[in-house]
Design a protein around this ligand. Structure first.
Ligand code: SF4
Length: 101
């Protein structure tokens, strides 16, 4: 199955795709574009957005069975597939001088 995805590693957040095809693209909390719908991904607007992207960040993932397969593997912390359980817990109240014995 074909999926539409935005490679967030390549996206510069210019907004061309969001303006061209708001049915399929929107800005995420990170300020970069993301795909918001996998319905009717062969429309002219998707193709225009894809060809208009200055960094070629928009692509189809051929053969992707699920979102994980369609992932571009950008390795960003904000990634939709990032596993928060893998993060180290950061204690914002930690004071190194208090822990020194
Ligand atoms: S057109 Fe390309 S670079 Fe610009 S916001 Fe969309 S995906 Fe990102």
């Amino acid at each position: 199955m074909k999926k539409l995805y935005v490679n967030k590693e390549a996206c510069i957040g210019c907004g061309v795709c969001v303006a061209t095809d708001p049915e399929h693209f929107d800005f995420g909390d990170d300020g970069f574009s993301e795909v918001i719908s996998q319905d009717n991904i062969d429309t002219e607007n998707v193709k225009i957005a894809m060809s208009s992207c200055p960094t070629n960040a928009i692509n189809y993932a051929e053969g992707a069975e699920d979102e994980e397969d369609a992932c571009a593997g950008c390795d960003k912390k904000e990634c939709c597939h990032h596993n928060e359980e893998d993060d180290l817990e950061i204690d914002s109240d930690f004071n190194p001088s208090e822990s020194a014995a």
